[in-house]
Write a protein that binds this ligand. Structure first.
Ligand SMILES: N[C@@H](CS(=O)O)C(=O)O
Ligand SMILES: [Fe+2]
Length: 277
């Protein structure tokens, strides 16, 4: 498959260029059943208000929220955020559809809300769209799947292949500069389905996220939606994977690790509040 980079570093559209993935096993379809009926749906406005409350509680107690946060404060916040994201992903009635804009060439970032403490973003991924290996600055990164199936691969820095004893190297990379040579290796692969919640920060490593849905799978999902299962009240048609990302603090600059070289990007948005920018 060809690599489909979008060039330009600060184009305001995409933070991490799309790269066609290597061939992988097809992920079995398992979670395309729509919201669980046992709980009332959590609306996105309620999700935002609960998130604001959780962040304010930590701030009011004097804690700084970033990836160097006090461990007890982080544990409280993490527990609440995971609970809220999971609840939203599994009970919603599709009120995120209005934010879910796709692009044929690369995954896109659609802003739901940004404030001083966090940003909530709907990311849309067509089959084959994968982010490049990247970091998350000093932010916490939580993500959940709203539609389709996704795969996250985490990476660690490693020694050059020629080194006598190649081994995973520590550090959060905060001293790395554009142009530096850095080798990375995949250390963990996680398949994520609707309602699964993932977390990463620079202390844990780097990652890529991608949607590996095949055209056949997508056609099956679209048929399911046409039959009225999992489509919500509007005319939503699945186009690939949709993820909901929560970054705290909002990410201003990220590093990309490609061809053993570090570069930097300014994250941009494809839409804000459901309106194309
Ligand atoms: N962190 C990436 C998405 S993902 O690949 O985690 C972004 O915000 O664009
Ligand atoms: Fe990421």
């Amino acid at each position: 498959m060809p690599v489909t980079h979008i060039s330009g570093t600060d184009d305001g559209v995409v933070v991490v260029d799309c790269k066609a993935p290597p061939p992988i096993d097809v992920i079995p379809r398992s979670c395309y059943s729509g919201p669980e009926k046992s709980q009332p749906p959590l609306l996105i406005e309620q999700l935002l208000s609960e998130l604001r409350a959780a962040f304010n509680a930590e701030k009011d107690a004097g804690y700084v929220i970033d990836n160097n946060q006090d461990p007890a404060s982080f544990n409280r916040l993490n527990q609440r955020v995971v609970e809220l994201l999971k609840c939203y992903a599994t009970t919603n009635r599709g009120d995120w559809h209005r934010f879910a804009l796709f692009n044929d060439l690369h995954y896109v970032r659609n802003l739901v809300e940004a404030n001083d403490d966090f940003e909530l973003i709907v990311l849309c991924w067509k089959g084959g769209q994968v982010s490049r290996v990247h970091n998350h600055a000093t932010s916490h990164c939580w993500l959940t799947v709203l539609d389709g199936e996704m795969r996250e691969v985490q990476y660690q820095r490693t020694d050059p292949p020629a080194a006598a004893a190649s081994a995973v190297r520590g550090g959060d990379g905060s001293d790395e500069k554009p142009g530096d040579t850095v080798y990375v290796e995949a250390t963990r692969t996680t398949d994520l389905r609707i309602g699964d919640v993932g977390y990463v920060s620079d202390h844990l490593g780097l990652h890529t996220v991608g949607c590996h849905v095949s055209p056949e799978q997508l056609a099956e999902w679209q048929q399911t939606a046409r039959n009225g299962f999992g489509s919500g009240a509007d005319s939503w048609q699945p186009e690939g994977g949709v993820t909901l990302h929560l970054y705290s603090p909002p990410i201003r600059r990220v590093k990309i690790y490609e061809d053993n070289t570090v570069s930097e990007r300014t994250p941009g948005f494809y839409s804000r509040g459901g309106v194309r920018v």
